[in-house]
Write a protein of this length. Structure first.
Length: 280
């Protein structure tokens, strides 16, 4: 789960000083991670430099030591205008407390041992929110989940259980968009199960267009990247990829049209609309 916000380090933290003129900029100012107690998370983070820089070190705040690590943690040479990616690995939070754990990731230029390291970027604020697995979430399925196209849907909500875990892990705090991701996942599941039927595939294409339009209405271009991630989670075996390809074959002769903003809003499910109205 990733939330972009316009704040820097939480004031309660012993943050490093802000760079007067940041040489390096992260792709987001803050990460908020809701971590279920059975999950180990790997989260990609990107940064870009406005100058050619040598000998960089990435450091995790002491508050997050043992909980969050960064790989790689050093770069010998960073080129101006190039984007670089590191992976933040979040380990299990020990204990039962749901109290958020606050920290940050900083980028320094290596200096001589006697000199103070030079801070090149405003720190990336990191908030880890330990959370028990929601009671309504079905158990994570075992190997039997991949023995068929449909997989395991123990709670019969139209979403494969492993995909449901993925959505809760990444988007649960982003209502109403979280509800829109559930709607997308249901459509992707129907597409696979009903791929052999041309008539059903045509109906599912219409459902997919509506689900994508709603997601775009809520999150703009970010929605298409997230939809691609959900599709990849859904189509995770050769048999499922084959079924998804069959769906495209069944609908290749159907022409679709871009929806207007008002049409995108009307494409959302009643549950999404209800949450939007409650937030007004």
């Amino acid at each position: 789960m990733r939330t972009l916000m316009l704040s820097f380090c939480i004031s309660l933290l012993a943050c490093p000083s802000l760079a007067k003129t940041p040489v390096i900029n992260f792709d987001t100012k803050e990460l908020r991670v809701e971590q279920f107690d059975r999950d180990i998370l790997d989260i990609p983070v990107s940064f870009e430099s406005t100058k050619n820089v040598r000998a960089l070190t990435l450091k995790i705040a002491p508050e997050l030591h043992g909980l969050v690590s960064v790989t790689p943690s050093a770069f010998e040479h960073v080129k101006k205008g190039h984007q670089y990616q590191v992976m933040l690995s979040v380990n299990h939070v020990q204990g039962t407390s749901d109290t958020p754990i606050l920290g940050y990731l900083s980028i320094y230029k290596k200096t001589k041992e006697k000199d103070k390291p030079k801070n090149l970027a405003n720190p990336l604020s990191i908030t880890i929110i330990p959370s028990s697995m929601p009671s309504e979430l079905p158990p994570m399925p075992g190997p039997e989940n991949n023995l068929s196209v449909q997989g395991v849907d123990a709670d019969n909500d139209g979403i494969r259980d492993d995909v449901q875990h993925y959505l809760y892990q990444h988007y649960i705090s982003e209502k109403p968009f979280f509800i829109a991701t559930l709607d997308l996942a249901r459509v992707y599941q129907r597409i696979l199960i009903e791929a052999e039927s041309k008539e059903a595939s045509a109906k599912n294409l219409d459902l997919l267009e509506n689900a994508l339009a709603c997601a775009y209405y809520l999150e703009d271009m970010k929605a298409y990247e997230i939809a691609a991630n959900i599709s990849a989670e859904t189509n995770n075996t050769l048999e499922r990829v084959t079924a998804y390809s069959k769906f495209h074959d069944q609908t290749s002769d159907i022409v679709t049209y871009a929806k207007s903003s008002s049409e995108k809003a009307k494409s959302c499910s009643s549950e999404v609309i209800q949450v939007l109205e409650e937030q007004q």
